[in-house]
Design a protein around this ligand. Sequence first.
Ligand SMILES: Cc1cc2nc3c(=O)[nH]c(=O)nc-3n(C[C@H](O)[C@H](O)[C@H](O)COP(=O)(O)OP(=O)(O)OC[C@H]3O[C@@H](n4cnc5c(N)ncnc54)[C@H](O)[C@@H]3O)c2cc1C
Length: 391
Amino acid sequence: MEFYDLIVIGGGIIGLSSAYYAASAGKKTLLLEQGVPLHDLGGSSPGTRFFRVMHSEPNLVRLAEASYALWRQIEYETESEMISPQPLLFLGERASDKTVEGDFSIAHLTMNKLGVPYRELQSDQIQAEYSGFKKIPPNYVGLIQNNSGIIRVETCLTGIAKLARAKGATIVTSKKASIIPNGGNRDTYTVTTSSGDFQCREIVIAAGAWTNNVLSPLGVKLDLKIWQMTIGYFEVDSAQYRYPFWYEFGRKQGENTSLFYGFPASEEIEGCVKLSADFTFDYFDDVNSCTRKPCQKILGMIAQNARARFHGINVVPRFTKTCLYSMSPDYGMIVDRLPGYDRVAIFAGESGRGFKFAPILGRILCELAAGGESWCDISEFSIKRGKILLS
Ligand SMILES: Cc1cc2nc3c(=O)[nH]c(=O)nc-3n(C[C@H](O)[C@H](O)[C@H](O)COP(=O)(O)OP(=O)(O)OC[C@H]3O[C@@H](n4cnc5c(N)ncnc54)[C@H](O)[C@@H]3O)c2cc1C
């Protein structure tokens, strides 16, 4: 049986980053991914993501800033642009609701407290800055933060995989991995696949929506829900109008949150903006139950928001798709060692925000798997908080 210092289960952006930093540290590293390269079934499905430092939680701001420095280093080493700089506009009322993405007014305070530069705009100034905006409620304000950007998912995945291989990591795709419990032996672990078994001293689990399936042989279950998100691409008149990179903290509509976001025109599909809602009506316990069908109700709500906000938009989407978030009960990430398993590190409950943190989380997971401590404060990501550990 071949022996590795560290095995990573999951080849999304977090697993790839972990494999890269483990191999960089001289560890004999194996990454096992069940899907084909660049598959679209997990959280890291191809397309674009937000890179932003604007968050309500100070620790996430610091983590994003630390991560950005590592992204720049990775860009330098791969000679590619993974994050295209693009100012990000947060907009909403000053007195906002607490949401899955924090709170607009607290994000504002956090920027001030940490000295993160931003510009504040009144509603008429927002409209003047982005001609694509039709109607901004007069009680809205905007925060524009320049240290933001559009993450190119495919470039990141292929670039980090290339770097990991160059450092000596073995990356195997189309191979589902299972951990075989070795009874009381926690010195080495056996990981089995359809083409054989491997032994290792350390494991990083970064299995996204499949986390509970991977944990099941160890008798561990986490309180995670899978959110199936709907995304639409809408034709716009980008010759005439300028469309923003934006996130709207709308007030609750009855029981429904009203969080919408979008990318400027032609970032993924020529002539289209990509729009989505940061809420869903499609929740699942088991990834195998996900329908992968875009939700018509959400598409209707995105279209309604787009009709109210933008000039020159065709609110019948040209293309739609889904993508999965794995959510913890408090919407926070889980970055920790698995209780009872000193050399098994886990990332889960990525809550729709993990991509930007990939390099720093990859490093932290390697440190945890090696039995060490992270120099970043990860106490708020503890697996032991609340009632996340169901068994
Ligand atoms: C619609 C949407 C919008 C988002 N927007 C943003 C954003 O703007 N900014 C941001 O930073 N983040 C964003 N995110 C979140 C971000 O994309 C995810 O946090 C990140 O991609 C998760 O990466 P991961 O590696 O943890 O999981 P995944 O990418 O899901 O990777 C897990 C991998 O593990 C594999 N796997 C599972 N079980 C096994 C097994 N037994 N054996 C082998 N392989 C296995 C799976 O096949 C999968 O490839 C968004 C996510 C979605 C869905």
